[in-house]
Design a protein around this ligand. Sequence first.
Ligand code: IMP
Ligand code: MG
Length: 180
Amino acid sequence: MEILIPEERIRQRIPELARKIARDYEGQPVTIIGVLTGSLMFVADLVRHLDLSLQIGFIKAKSYRGETTEAGTLDFSADLLPAVEGRHVLLLDDILDSGQTLSCLCECLKERGVASLRTGVLLRKIGRQRIPCEPDYIGFEIPDAFVVGYGLDYNDEFRHLPYIAVLSEKSPLLRRAPQG
Ligand code: IMP
Ligand code: MG
């Protein structure tokens, strides 16, 4: 697998994002909502650099993809979601691809009466967004390739890699599978 973003670059970028977030919230209490499972590393590393009054919660989402890795139907579960009414919420996901996940989850959070809502993604794939959705915080812009590592999976594997790597289109591993 080809390494696209080495561990060291991720380690440098996370505190930069945290500084921007801390400045924007200026000491306001924040609820961070991570999209499971892909955001686990991003959330865990980012919050350790955030000197804010902070609550952390999660929402589970899964989009089913075909062989072309196009987004399918989105399934999500708010069972793990804490009370967000009246809270300043920052929704964090691993990657912005079509925009379906983030825009659906934003709607869900707005319906619950958040005081404000911002979004952040570790990665944004260039040229893939179908549903308009502009994240407030972006770690890295990446080319249109299927990537794994640092929380991102293929068929629930590779999440543990400390770097982001490209799973080659030619890889025999790349077959129809659900992504979460
Ligand atoms: P979207 O709803 O199309 O924006 O896709 C976002 C979700 O699809 C992310 O939360 C990921 O779980 C998954 N995803 C999209 N692209 C990739 C990829 O390159 N590698 C692994 N997961 C991906
Ligand atoms: Mg995901």
